[in-house]
Design a protein around this ligand. Structure first.
Ligand SMILES: Nc1ncnc2c1ncn2[C@@H]1O[C@H](COP(=O)(O)OP(=O)(O)O)[C@@H](O)[C@H]1O
Ligand SMILES: [Mg+2]
Length: 351
């Protein structure tokens, strides 16, 4: 059913193309991309009062672009770059002026959204459930118990993102933040070979960071921003996003600290997804608690904060043998639903 809906939409668009060109102007269609390209590449030193020293500090702390400054808070900037709060505030205002954050008419947003990239999962069923693949400029979270396929899907995406758009990729490279030590280059080789791709080239374009605690995870995520433009990164995997936070902040009394940090981490990831048009793909191990068994089976670790930040949440469940069930729990524009996919040597596929 989703396929039918999609092709009808595509037809309508073709026939309305002339009209839209008239309404928006040809340049407007490219506007979003050009503006964001310009902002990513603008040097920080173009902002008043930023010399090479402050620039280096900001870059190091994970604020390498005008946009990253424009969306920061004065307290956060003053802390990382040894600036007074008032100076940081001025800097943010200057960055906002340069960034030209403005209202946009919804028809332009609509047009820009048509161009948002998606990465195929290599399962038509799963792609259809997700409206055509895993969407860029958004956070997608998969959660489920051990061995339900979270890590396998992450590996599959790291391969598929490198394909051209007509093959379900974004012609980009991947960053894989591995908190559980389960990244396996051998799996990438198997999955690439199955798609007729050169495994060496595919491996070369996956930057892997093993992270050992939650601070390390947050630091690496900030660092990742420096690499995104240079390496044309279009996918950021965090597998898993919650395990360190959960292990380090056990017990009720630590819950507020944990949620506060996790919230900050997720907002950095959200900002990266928005600014660089990346796919952010998070995995999260579902908690096996009595409430999950007798009540809502779709709870995940991270509580309310994780439940509200990712735009799309997919629950994975084991089925017979190599089969897995994926259930779409939360999406801003797609109906809830479920489907079956398989995990085998070649990767993620349809049954
Ligand atoms: N080389 C392989 N060939 C076939 N199946 C595999 C291979 N590697 C992993 N799998 C399958 O993937 C499952 C583990 O999925 P994984 O994504 O690692 O789970 P998790 O949800 O815990 O991250 C295993 O149970 C196995 O069925
Ligand atoms: Mg895993």
């Amino acid at each position: 059913m989703p396929t039918k809906k999609k092709s009808r939409k595509a037809e309508d668009l073709d026939s309305e193309d002339e009209l839209e060109r008239e309404i928006l102007g040809e340049e407007d269609q490219e506007e979003g991309k050009e503006v964001s390209d310009k902002l990513i590449k603008t040097e920080l030193t173009e902002l008043p009062g930023i010399g090479p020293k402050t620039e280096a500090k900001l870059r190091e702390a994970g604020y390498p672009t005008i946009v990253s400054i424009a969306v920061a808070t004065p307290t956060e900037l003053s802390a990382v770059a040894d600036l007074g709060v008032a100076t940081a505030q001025k800097l943010i205002i200057a960055a906002r002026q340069k960034a030209e954050f403005n209202f946009k008419p919804a028809n332009l947003l609509y047009k820009l959204r048509q161009n948002i990239g998606k990465i195929t999962t290599c399962s038509q069923n799963l792609d259809n459930l997700l409206g055509g693949g895993i969407e860029a400029q958004a956070i997608t979270e998969v959660f489920g118990e051990f061995r339900t396929g979270k890590t396998q899907i992450a590996h599959q995406l790291a391969v598929c993102v490198q394909q051209p758009p007509e093959k379900g990729g974004l012609n980009g490279s991947a960053i894989y933040i591995d908190s559980e030590g389960t990244f396996r280059p051998e799996r990438i080789v198997q999955m690439s070979t199955a798609l007729g791709l050169d495994p060496d080239k595919i491996l070369e374009n996956i930057q892997v960071a093993r992270v050992y605690n939650s601070d390390h995870q947050m630091f690496i995520t900030d660092k990742a921003q420096e690499m995104i433009v240079e390496k044309n990164v279009k996918l950021i995997v965090v597998d898993s996003v919650t395990s360190h936070f959960r292990a380090e902040y056990m017990g009720r009394e630590n819950l507020p600290t944990r949620q506060g940090k996790l919230n900050r981490h997720l907002h950095t990831l959200q900002r990266i997804a928005d600014i660089y048009s990346c796919v952010v793909f998070l995995t999260n191990q579902a908690m096996a608690d009595p409430a999950a068994i007798f009540g809502d089976p779709t709870r995940s670790v991270g509580g309310h904060i994780l439940a509200h930040v990712p735009q799309t949440r997919v629950y994975l469940k084991k089925s017979k043998d190599i089969r897995r069930v994926a259930k779409l729990i939360d999406s801003p524009s797609l109906p809830e639903g479920e489907c079956i996919f398989t995990i085998s040597e070649v990767g993620i596929r349809d049954p």
